[in-house]
Design a protein around this ligand. Structure first.
Ligand code: HEC
Length: 332
């Protein structure tokens, strides 16, 4: 009876009408209806008769005093009091702009990175350092090796000691970091009315919203709304937490001249420099996406093979039917 033994097992219709609890569908629906009605009734009773206003107040008070006590001792509980939130305190959330490189299969626009570097060099580098970016990092990304070398040589770096034990100045090399605008943080603060221009090497990574925040911030300067007083030397920008930023607006139409003829509108300039700063924070972006696509391509083939292999190995077991054949009753 080989053909019978290999007949595929039919799943009975009962299989489909049974819930995870082992009951039939009708039974579990009934169970669900009872549970809903019961908990609604219980909830009503508890809020109406047990948690009266007076009792709620005393529960809240004791919870508050417990929170205050634990905070006094430096322990915080997982359930904290919600603190008041206002957009003025946290900064306006930047919109999500349609960046081409943000798509999972797209790389940076390297012409934009090159323009962004130019904007950083001509405008932002007057106040902001980028300590973690070295001239060699530009090679093959925004500039050729010869161009990067020539740009590095325009700056003098302190080196030494030489044979006489003296420090000397020499032109920059590919292995040097970008030069700093100020010798130290104190000098930077002194030149900017007390505000420290942060290092921009990782600024996109360091701010919520990444390049969206940078773009929104750079172009977000407006007149302060009625009733908001901005101190002398500060500027109103709704995207900056607190609203008052120590950096003046620095991007306007035509503040840089692009060598590739791209229109130099303020938004184009802000977009290019934001993309450049995002590259500085995430230089592995292109490589990461390329590896991710390779990974998906290889694993999807492997997935197909493993599904086929599993079905092949289980086919005998899945298509087997165990049959009980009653012995013939022999009656005398
Ligand atoms: C005149 C000097 C100056 C120039 C030029 C300048 N900045 Fe700033 N920037 C500052 C100062 C000062 C701060 C700190 C502001 C503060 O903390 O209130 C700052 C802060 C920032 C911040 C941080 C904001 C935050 O969330 O903390 C970013 C990002 C920034 N600048 C980007 C740029 C970019 C990009 C450029 C070039 C287009 C630029 N800045 C040009 C002085 C400058």
């Amino acid at each position: 009876m080989l053909s019978r033994a290999f007949k595929p097992l039919r799943q009975s219709s009962k299989f489909f009408s049974t819930s995870a609890f082992g009951e039939t569908r009708k039974e579990s629906l009934l169970w669900f209806a009872k549970a809903t009605a019961g908990s609604a009734l219980l909830g009503f009773a508890v809020t109406e008769f047990v948690l009266t206003d007076d009792r709620m107040e005393s529960i809240n008070n004791s919870w508050d005093s417990l929170l205050n006590k634990t905070e006094e001792y430096g322990i915080s509980l997982p359930f904290r009091k919600a603190h008041a939130f206002s957009t003025a305190d946290h900064g306006l959330h930047p919109p999500h702009f349609p960046w081409e490189f943000d798509k999972f299969y797209k790389t940076f626009d390297h012409a934009a990175l090159r323009r962004g570097y130019q904007v950083y060099r001509e405008i932002c580098a007057a106040c902001h350092s980028m300590d973690f970016i070295y001239w060699r990092n530009l090679v093959g990304v925004t500039h050729t090796e010869a161009e990067a070398k020539a740009m590095a040589e325009e700056y003098e770096y302190k080196d030494g000691p030489n044979d006489q034990g003296e420090y000397f100045m020499r032109p920059g090399k590919l292995s040097d970091p970008f030069p700093r605008p100020y010798p130290n943080d104190e000098a930077a603060r002194a030149a900017n009315a007390g505000a420290l221009p942060p290092d921009l090497s990782c600024i996109s990574r360091a701010r919520k919203g990444n390049m969206n925040y940078l773009f929104a911030l750079l172009l977000g300067y407006t007149e302060p709304p009625a009733g908001v007083n901005i101190r002398e030397g500060l500027h109103y920008n709704p995207y900056f937490p607190g609203g008052a930023i120590g950096m003046a607006r620095s991007i306007y139409d035509e503040v840089v001249d692009y060598e590739d003829g791209t229109p130099n509108s303020a938004s184009q300039i802000a977009k290019d420099v934001s993309e450049f700063l995002h590259w500085a924070s995430y230089p592995e972006n292109d490589e990461r996406k390329r590896m991710g696509l390779k990974f998906l391509a290889v694993t999807s083939v492997l997935l197909g093979i493993s599904i086929w292999w599993k079905r092949h190995k289980w086919s005998y077991i899945k298509s087997r039917q165990v049959v009980y054949k009653a012995p013939k009753v022999i009656s005398y």
